[in-house]
Structure formats: C-alpha cells, structure tokens
Design a protein around this ligand. Structure first.
Ligand SMILES: Cc1cc2nc3c(=O)[nH]c(=O)nc-3n(C[C@H](O)[C@H](O)[C@H](O)COP(=O)(O)OP(=O)(O)OC[C@H]3O[C@@H](n4cnc5c(N)ncnc54)[C@H](O)[C@@H]3O)c2cc1C
Length: 562
C-alpha cells in the first residue's frame, strides 16, 4: 500500500521550504510529503490523488492563498479525502492577535478547518511537531488505522456485529468493521483460517473471538468486569464524565474506590463527536477521547472498575451501604456516588425500535462513529437542542443532505445561537420546523421516512439514516424509595429534599440524596446542567463532600489531600 500523503500548500516560499524539511526529516518513512506553492497546483493534485486511490492524511494551507483566505481552500479538501485533517498555517507574529483568533474560530465553527498551527521557526520546533502529530493521531483515529485497532467482520452492518461495535466503543477500543464479502473482510477471514461463524473479532495480537458475548469481549479487550474485592470506601455508579471525575478525585485522595458501569466508559459523552466547550481543549475533543484519558487517569490513581455490571439495588447496613450487582455478589461502601446519567427518549413510531436495536439506520444520540458511513447519503436528525445541532453539522461533513426535523417553530427555541448560525450557513443542512417523523420503511436498513407537517400534510422521503436526539430520561426505577426523585425520575439532592424525604437531624449535604451517605451527580440529578464540565465538577465536589461526611460521622477516613 502507498504511504498516506501529507500535502502542504503555501505561497510563502521560505515557509514552504522550512515545512518541507521538517516533514521529510521526521515523517518520510511512514508518509509521502508533497509541498506545492499555489492553489492552482494543489487543487488538481488533491483530485488526482483521490482518483488514484491514494489516501491524504493531512493538508496544511497558508492563511492566504491566491488572494483568498486559506480556509476556503481547506473547506473543499474533504470532498476528495473525507478523513483528511486540515490545518491552517499562521505566522508566529499573528498568534494572540484578535482578528486571527476570530478567523480561526469562524473557520472551525463552519468546519472548514480542524485547527491551526504556527509555521515552524527554526529546528527543532517541537511545538510544530506536536501539532503535526496531533493531526495525524486524529486522522488515525478517524481511519481506525492505529496499531491497536480491533477488527470486526460480519455479514451485515446491523445485528450482532453492530452490538459488538457498540461494546468495543464503550471499552474505548479503536475498532473497524468490514463486511465479510469486502476485500478487507475476505482477507481477515482467510487469515483466521475461515470456516468460523460470523461475526468474528480479530485482535491486534492475532487472537480471534467467534461471536463473543459482551462480557467475553470486554474481558478480551482488557476491561475488568469483576469488582475485585467486596469492601470499598466509595462506590461510584456510572463511568460517564461525572463518575470518572469522582473516581479520579476519590482514588487520588486515598479512598478505596470502585466504579461500576453497565456498559463501559464514557456514558453519553461517547456519543459526542466533538466537545468544543470543555476547558483546556481549544481544538475540541471527542467525548470518547476525553473518557479514555479520564479512565487512564483514574486507573493510574488506583480506582478499580467493573464494566458490564448493572447496579440493581442499594440498602443501608449499619454504617455501610450495600450495593447489589447484576452478576456478582453485593459490594459495600461507606459512601456511594450515583452518576448514572440519562439515556435518550424513544420515538413512538412503528418499526423504528426494531431498526434502532439492529443499528440498521436508526440511531439514538449523535453520529460519533456512523458519520463517515453517511458519505453521499440523505440523513435526518430529529431534535432541537444543542446536541442535535452538533450532530447535524458533523453529519453535514459527510452526507449529501442533512435534514433537521423539529416540532418547534424554529431552532432558536432550544439551540444555542452559534449553532443556529452554523446550521443556517451550512449549504447541505435543511431545517424542517413544525414537523414530526410519523413512519418509517426498511427491513434490513432504513430506506424511507414519513414526515407530517403541522398543517397535517404528510410526505414520504428517501432516508438512509435517522439520528434521534429527543431528550433524555434517567434510569432510576431501581432505586430504593428513600432516594426521592422528581416526577421525571431525576434524583433530588441537598436543599431540594423536603423534610419528609430526609431522615436525620443534620441537614443533608449539597448533592446528598434522601439516603444519607449516597450522593447524586451529573445528568441523573434534578436540575443538572447537562454539560460535561458540570458533570465533571459535580463529581469532584461530591468527593469533597464524602470527606466532610466521614468527618461528620467521625468515621476513620483516609485524610484528604486538598
Ligand atoms: C450527542 C451528545 C452530544 C453532547 N455534546 C456535549 C457537548 O458538546 N458539551 C457538553 O458539555 N455536553 C455535551 N453533551 C452532554 C454530556 O455528554 C452529558 O451532560 C454528560 O455525559 C453527563 O455525564 P454523566 O456522567 O452525568 O452521565 P452519562 O454520561 O449519562 O453516564 C452515565 C453512565 O452510567 C451508567 N449507568 C446508568 N445506570 C447504571 C446502573 N444501574 N448500573 C451501572 N451503570 C449505570 C451508564 O451506562 C453510563 O455509562 C452531549 C450529549 C450527547 C448525547
């Protein structure tokens, strides 16, 4: 296979030479470097490479090309190379200048570029290379070509193969899927000897699992399912952003901490293709990457994890709380943090659930992994909140046409202004206000949708995929009656608890539920902010409150290192 291409176009000749030297020096073994001095050469070269079946991993473009902003050239790159990363080159002297910042922000918001980088000054310019390797890592993740990639081969995109992809996603493992009759699928099947029933899962070390259970796959992927012990200081229910944050703080402050999740890591955040508003990640970070990093951080601090375990009950037993698990004996803790989040509501349309369960063109949540497969298709997003807006824009990078279906009169009612603006500016995104999805067609995969407008007029449309983003509900039915919830099932804490819901003389601590010693954080809590940063903040606050509680109860607790 030919090496993927790193293509640079810059009219600043000395910059072009410097970049060429830096790239050849460090990357030529794995990538082919092509440096061109004008858009007139670079445009046709991108088209030629696509026609020749050559992969372009990264395109860097000067901030001004042929009298036009360089971002305009970069905006067209993905027509030919859907996975290429796109970096805008700026001078060191422009960094920190507000007009440059505005240009970058605007270009990123319109998804014309992935990020910027500063032209190299003199070697060794490690800042420049950090930017390049970040671009290449993003590309490798998008292409699923990292050395640790797990390969699934199945007979169709849906069914069990889809479920296995979901499990690997939740174990934060890069993975790829090939149909058995594709060239890659045939190669993988023949390398494993053939003859096994599908789907099969091929690990980087050559191990093969034949139609494994979710638990077998999790273990093979390195994920723990056994709590490895019965007694803990702190048990956290849920490994989404709130639970992972509580795990990092709890374990780092010396609490013997166990995190239990009925899936893997990341919770809803894994559905977000690009979180742009989380502190410290100016180029944005995918929810999955954020969760992977947080998991590693918690694990290094000594937190223990049990995946594929559902927490089924909570009860107080003296000064300890007993936590019931789906597949193992109960564990106990001195404090429990409920970080069990929320899941998307379902659409009440015949046939939709069957397709959603198979992953056959109907998806709850954002298109984090499905988006590239939508290239050239007509897709629909139902929902009017920010997550729907983000999903539509992400899909628009690949799909032929994205239609946002919303019951409200306009998107402005539920979506941030900046997203509404981006959607209006996106040429291939259409908004259908006052409209509902009322029917669907498709056996193996979604083929058509029936839409009904506010005036009752119905219309049938071709549809390759439907992404449902219509609000979330918490899964709190299993909680004991002492833990009071509002009418929608969200857990009440602290000052929200009325006197009848609180058994002790002392006031409940902030974030403490109706069962003393049990806290609730993140999206499962009544009044939560539904933001990653808020969930992370609450996870850390809850650990501080756990220390306060231990001090209040005069229970020996490891000292906090705040
Ligand atoms: C598509 C999409 C895009 C988003 N984009 C952004 C964004 O750009 N910026 C932003 O700030 N926020 C964004 N959000 C919101 C953000 O992801 C959530 O606010 C955040 O994930 C909430 O974190 P959490 O830990 O409270 O819950 P969750 O992320 O929901 O995690 C809860 C976890 O608990 C587990 N669990 C539930 N019940 C049990 C049980 N009984 N036993 C064991 N485990 C259980 C679940 O499996 C899950 O892993 C987005 C959400 C979505 C869906």
């Amino acid at each position: 296979m030919s090496r993927p291409v790193l293509l640079v176009v810059d009219e600043n000749q000395s910059s072009l030479r410097a970049i060429e030297e830096e790239l050849r020096d460090r990357y030529e073994r794995s990538y082919r470097v092509a440096c061109l001095g004008s858009v007139a050469e670079a445009g046709p070269e991108l088209a030629r490479l696509a026609e020749a079946g050559e992969e372009v991993a990264l395109v860097l473009a000067g901030d001004s090309l042929g009298g036009a902003p360089g971002r305009e050239f970069l905006a067209g790159v993905r027509k030919h190379h859907p996975h290429a990363q796109r970096g805008l080159l700026i001078d060191h002297s422009s960094w920190g200048v507000s007009s440059t910042g505005e240009e970058i922000f605007g270009a990123m918001a319109l998804r014309q570029i992935d990020y910027y980088l500063i032209r190299p000054i003199k070697p060794p310019d490690e800042l420049f290379h950090q930017s390049i390797s970040t671009f290449l890592l993003e590309w490798a993740h998008a292409r699923r070509v990292t050395a640790h990639t797990v390969h699934i081969v199945g007979e169709s995109w849906s069914g069990r193969a889809y479920e296995l992809r979901e499990v690997l996603g939740r174990c934060a493992l890069p993975h790829t899927f090939s149909l058995a009759d594709s060239p890659e699928g045939r190669r993988l099947v023949s390398e494993t000897g053939g003859g096994e029933p599908l789907p099969i899962v091929v690990f980087p070390n050559g191990d093969v699992l034949v139609d494994p259970t979710n638990a077998e796959l999790t273990i093979a992927a390195g994920g723990p399912i056994d709590p490895q012990g019965r007694e803990f200081d702190l048990v956290i229910v849920g490994a989404g952003p709130a639970g992972l944050s509580a795990a990092v703080y709890g374990a780092s402050e010396g609490l013997r901490t166990l995190v239990i999740d009925e899936g893997g890591i990341g919770g809803q955040a894994t559905l977000s293709s690009l979180i742009r508003n989380y502190l410290g990640f100016p180029r944005g970070i995918s929810g999955r990457r954020l969760a992977e990093e947080a998991y590693e951080q918690a694990w290094v601090f000594g937190a223990r994890f049990a995946f594929m375990q559902r927490v089924t009950g909570l009860s107080r037993d003296g000064d300890r709380i007993s936590v019931g698990l789906s597949d193992f004996p109960d564990v106990s803790a001195r404090a429990v943090i409920l970080a069990s989040g929320a899941t998307y509501r379902q659409l009440d349309v015949d046939g939709i659930e069957a397709l959603a369960l198979k992953g056959a063109g109907v998806f709850y949540g954002g298109p984090a992994t499905e988006a590239p497969a939508m290239a050239g298709r007509d897709v629909f997003v139902v929902g009017g909140a920010n997550s729907a807006g983000q999903a539509a824009l992400h899909l628009a990078e690949y799909a032929r046409r994205v239609t946002v279906v919303v019951r409200a009169d306009s998107l402005a009612a539920g979506m941030s202004h900046y997203l509404v603006q981006q959607i209006e500016a996106a040429p291939n995104v259409e908004v259908r206000p006052r409209t509902e999805v009322v029917g669907c067609e498709g056996e193996e995969w979604l083929t058509r949708l029936r839409l009904r407008a506010g005036d009752g007029a119905a219309e049938e449309v071709d549809a390759h995929a439907l992404f449902l983003m219509i609000g979330a509900r918490p899964s709190t039915d299993w909680l004991p009656a002492e833990i009071s919830c509002d009418e929608r099932g969200f857990i009440q804490t602290g000052a929200e608890l009325d006197d009848s819901a609180w058994p002790l003389e002392r006031d409940p601590l902030t974030l403490e539920t109706g069962m003393p010693g049990v806290f609730a954080v993140g999206d499962v809590r009544q009044g939560s902010m539904n933001r990653v940063a808020a969930a992370v903040g609450e996870g850390s606050v809850a650990v501080r409150l756990v220390h306060d509680l231990f001090a209040l109860d005069r229970v020996d607790s490891p000292s906090a290192t705040l």
